[in-house]
Design a protein around this ligand. Sequence first.
Ligand code: KG4
Ligand code: ZN
Length: 379
Amino acid sequence: MFPFLYHNWKSKSIRGIVHSMRILAIETSCDETAICLLEATETPAGVEFCVINNITHTQLEHVEFGGVFPAIAKREHLINLPIILDQIMKDQEKPDVICVTNGPGLEPALWCGIVFAKELGAKWNIPVVPVNHMEGHVLSVLVPPLLAGEARDTLGGVRFEFQNNIQFPALALLISGGHTELVLVNNIGDYKIIGKTRDDAVGEAFDKVGRMMNLPYPGGPEISKLADQFSSEKKLELPRPMLHTKDYDFSFSGLKTAVLYHIQSLGETINDQDKQEIAHEFQHAVADVLIKKTNKAIEEFGVQTLIIGGGVAASKFIINSFQENLNKNFPETKLLAPTKGLTGDNALMIALAGYFKIQKNPDAIYNVDDIKAVGNLSL
Ligand code: KG4
Ligand code: ZN
């Protein structure tokens, strides 16, 4: 491997790792403990990535509580990080650099990954680079579909050439349990948040509505399944909050409350068909609001590529609704969503975001003492 310019690991330039770089990425922002070992090799054609190993462990300990408990997330990260690291590093040489999510996310959870990364950086005498979790979600669409279905497991030796499938300006709609953001992507590494939720995140609203109907946690996939079963004529009309406001912000708490009132009005008489109708109409209300605001931004900024990332991007209904909308209203705009297994939190996306951060600014020095968990870190 190529030498570093600086020899104090606490403040080391990344320049020097030129032709080939092994990145160990660590992601602990919420309830997935994820580590990835990614090798990036410069080729005459560009760069080739090899996912040496990639493990995402979803903490099931939260399921019985119907939501993520920060103290439990922290405990489980602390238990699982060393176990996953052993699996990832089995028969591998030490990496060249560590990339770790430093926000946004749950601070106690983020700290687990950060402290772990710092200790490894010291042990291996390699630099530690903080990475923004949301940038990871944006760049998760760079992984081609060839990894479909496998990406949550160890991906020994899977290779893919980097092909920039994102045409700029692009727009990223990031929808997860913790975030709902519309981000203007002028280039890789050049982002501007133009809108966000004023209250609940989309995934959070899915989960809360799921809980109101006594569905298992997380509610999102359960609501999708229920909605697909609805085949009668729809009578329920839920509100589409902030549909006509001039900004790009969202609000989902009113929609959630409307569902609550409806469920209360049904009382004990609520049956399976009522639940299916609620799920169906709720999904449509969410999609209508997301699409309306996104369309406004596509038009205003002349968006070439629409990226949809985050856990809720696993919803076929949401993705299909966006695709139909683009076909009808913006046929020139291409839709990119992460391949299966990379919609939710994972460390492969953090390794990719880390790689491009290093490429953009190879002389940057990240003093480990300055790397801190920032719960509301912005892009
Ligand atoms: O990105 P993610 O794994 O974690 C966060 O950073 O929050 O997203 C998890 C969220 C949960 O709220 C979950 O209910 C939602 O993604 N989700 C879905 C679906 N699959 C997961 N929401 C709607 N439909 C789905 N199929
Ligand atoms: Zn996330």
